[in-house]
Design a protein around this ligand. Structure first.
Ligand code: GLA
Length: 733
């Protein structure tokens, strides 16, 4: 395993437990071809897949000015303009206006471990856990140097890729696209899977046939977005949850992106991912370097289960950081859907008292505690407490909450400014807007120009003051609108194309500063619900608010799509009021509890308005979270039945890593009376062990449960749920 260079064949061999990746230098000039990515193979030199009956060098675009075959050659990192007419990863514009580029091999290094990426989120690993290849290439005409980095994990079928481009000297070069990864392979019968959505309906799975031409997803909203997640997988058409090959890419980034598959007329498939070239241009002056965000590649030969497990294991151990990485997350009550902006200290404390009596561990004060904010029309940017609402400020409230034995957290939206705010009146130029045009408002607010150090310093001083003013253990960092009018007062005209990316770097810098100064803080990112649920954000916050849609049945689909890539431990999931504020549906309190249980558990309703019966259910729900939360947080997740697919019922399952305990969450969305109960087939158990089912005490071997099946319990009515536990006992006969 790891990375080897076969000097004779001039091939780099990257191997993980079940996958292999091959890069070949295929001609005298050093053209770098992509030879293979797929199931583990012992061979190094797989250049037969160049499948040309002619000398591969001939097919290389520049040789003898032959462009004829350039569309067939699998490139490792294609640049544009010299005969490969598919989507290039690197495109440039020189001072003279020339736009073609070609990269050839120069040098390489292989080392144990992985370097951090300065200013950018990225997966990490120790010298024992991973190996890195840095492949230097260059365009001798442009004088540009490009390093392609690949990190291979010893235990996981994942490869992290990134790219940096340097201009060692000479004239400035304008980079018009620097995508993060490319994967060329011969066409086979494949599907494309992405996570599509909208506000309150994020990350719905969208699987379709791959067709000729370009197809893909993108965000141009300045955020990774509710609409498309920066994830794209190619699957064999016959692949299922449990079998078949899957090649997936996930961009560790929180801004504009492009993820595109392209089936060319030469029957070649190209998959690319990175910062969207639209709206992007980066001027690289002499001595400067640009680093594109990291892309994670995952290969699975065991269907979507294998892909999901790799993403979950990688992100839990090699992306998420901080004090809470390996710890249970506190159960919480958040006052947003309980009070919205209409609260005072007494109201908050009455909710907090009920929470503390029920055993909830943290109280979170949402929007409306600062400036004059009694609605969403003002005060973003004025991060000083509203003493009329909260006399004694956050300090007094936090002390009261702590006296009740709970932790205390707050909501902030640091990236924004309301036109009706002291900050905006003092610094109107701090907002993104174009000269001479009234900026587009969304939720009555504007976006701060976080590309500017002065703006970041001003906002960070406010964040620091708030977090130092009281004992605050948790921050919900919100971001409630896309970027528009993207123009900065500080950048020269020819560098405005850098702004989207500089904005994202500014957000990362702010969060990094906050976590450095307050290392014990639990950060939960949020973006009008789940508009920035991406690996970039996970590097800073171990959990993310999954969706503003808190209704349990809609949540089944949202959480299923999210968990396809992101660990259960990263999904904020709260029990909310009924009728639901999102869709008016009425569901039992117990079912709402069950649906939230598999994520970062909490309540988002007015606990003082619950019936005595509902209140009495809370301690039991918290006991279940304490007892089984670890299995969801650290175990292997299996999608057993999907309401999104069958329209009737939903079953998810998590199995502890030692395989001694499995927890199944079953929700019967629509009643199946007068029909036999469905039988489901658990996965991930140890065939040899004997498991006892909590429902009825029935015992079978792991093999018996998995192969003969588990009939779901009979329930009368819609929207009902059950928690079922399979606990290992003695060895089976
Ligand atoms: C966003 C968040 C909500 C809530 C509100 C407050 O919509 O997603 O959870 O915090 O803002 O304004």
């Amino acid at each position: 395993m790891g990375i080897r260079y076969d000097g004779k064949a001039r091939v780099f061999a990257l191997d993980t437990p079940d996958s292999s990746y091959r890069i070949g230098i295929i001609d005298e000039e050093g053209f770098i071809a992509h030879l293979y990515y797929g199931r583990r193979v012992p061979d190094t030199d797989l250049r037969q897949i160049l499948r040309v009956g002619f000398d591969p060098a001939e097919s290389f675009a520049r040789t003898g000015n032959q462009v004829k075959y350039a569309g067939t050659l699998p490139a490792e990192y294609p640049a544009g303009g010299t005969g490969d007419f598919r989507r290039p990863c690197l495109t440039v514009e020189t001072v003279s206006g020339a736009r073609d580029a070609v990269l050839v091999y120069r040098d390489h290094r292989i080392y144990a471990g992985k370097h951090r990426m300065k200013g950018l989120p990225a997966v990490y690993g120790t010298e024992k856990e991973c190996t890195t290849l840095e492949l230097d290439c260059a365009d001798p005409v442009l004088g540009l140097e490009v390093t392609l980095s690949y990190t291979v994990f010893e235990q996981l079928d994942a490869i992290a890729r990134s790219v940096s481009v340097r201009n060692p000297g000479g004239e400035p070069v304008r980079l018009t696209s620097v995508l993060s990864a490319c994967l060329d392979m011969p066409n086979r019968d494949l599907d494309v899977l992405t996570l599509h959505g909208t506000w309150s309906s994020e990350r719905m799975q969208n699987r379709r046939r791959l067709v000729w031409g370009k197809q893909g997803i993108a965000s141009l909203r300045g955020i990774s977005s509710h609409e498309e997640n920066p994830f794209l997988a190619l699957l064999e058409h016959t692949a299922t949850q449990t079998q078949g090959q899957v090649w997936a890419m996930n961009l560790v980034y929180s801004g504009n992106f492009l993820a595109e598959a392209e089936l060319s007329e030469q029957d070649q498939l190209r998959l690319v991912m990175g910062i969207h070239p639209d709206g992007f241009a980066w001027t690289l002056a002499a001595g400067e370097c640009f680093t594109a965000p990291e892309t994670v590649l995952v290969y699975s030969a065991s269907g979507l289960d294998g892909m999901t497990h790799t993403f979950h294991d990688l992100y839990r151990a090699h992306l998420i950081r901080g004090a809470y990485r390996d710890k249970p997350r506190p159960s919480l009550v958040n006052n947003w859907e309980a009070t919205y902006f209409d609260f005072d200290t007494d109201k908050l404390l009455s909710i907090a008292r009920k929470a503390s009596e029920s055993g909830i561990e943290m109280f979170v004060l949402d929007d409306g505690w600062f400036g004059k904010r009694d609605s969403d029309t003002c005060s973003l940017g004025d991060w000083t407490v509203n003493e009329q609402k909260l006399p004694g400020g956050l300090k007094r409230l936090s002390e009261e909450i702590h006296r009740m034995g709970m932790k205390f957290g707050i909501w902030m939206e640091p990236e924004m400014v309301s036109p009706d705010s002291d900050l905006y009146r003092a610094h109107p130029d701090y907002a993104l807007k174009t000269p001479g045009r009234a900026p587009a408002l969304s939720r009555h607010q504007l976006v701060l120009d976080l590309s500017r150090r002065e703006v970041r310093d001003c906002i960070y001083a406010k964040i620091h003051a708030v977090l130092s003013s009281a004992q605050i253990e948790y921050v919900k960092w919100d971001m409630n609108r896309p970027l528009t009018n993207v123009w900065s007062a500080e950048l020269p005209p020819d560098r405005q194309g850098e702004l989207y990316h500089r904005y994202v770097l500014g957000v990362y810098e702010l969060q990094e500063r906050m976590l450095t100064d307050f290392p014990d803080l639990l950060l939960e990112n949020c973006c009008s619900g789940g508009g920035r649920f991406d690996p970039g954000m996970l590097y800073y916050s171990p959990q993310i608010w999954t969706s503003d849609n808190t209704e349990a049945i809609d949540r089944l689909k949202i959480q299923e799509g999210t968990a396809l890539v992101y660990p259960l431990s990263s999904m904020g999931a709260h029990v909310a009021a009924c009728p639901s504020h999102t869709n008016s549906r009425v569901t039992p309190f117990a079912t709402r509890g069950l649906v939230s249980l598999c994520g970062c558990f909490g309540y988002e309703l007015d606990l003082t308005k619950l019936t005595a019966e509902e209140l009495a259910e809370i301690p039991g729900q918290l006991r279940a979270y304490a007892a089984y939360g670890d299995v969801f947080r650290t175990g292997d997740y299996y999608r057993i039945a999907s309401f999104a697919e069958n329209g009737e019922y939903d079953v998810l399952m998590a199995v502890s890593k030692d395989r001694r305990r499995a927890v199944l969450v079953y929700v019967q969305v629509l009643s199946r009376q007068k029909r036999p109960v469905p039988v489901v087939y658990p996965r991930g158990l140890d065939e040899q062990l004997c498991y006892r089912l909590s429902e009825n005490g029935e015992k079978h071997s792991g093999a018996g449960w998995m192969h003969a099946g588990l009939p779901l319990p009979q329930m009368k009515g819609d929207f009902l749920g059950r928690l079922m536990v399979l606990e290992a006992e003695e060895e089976a006969e």
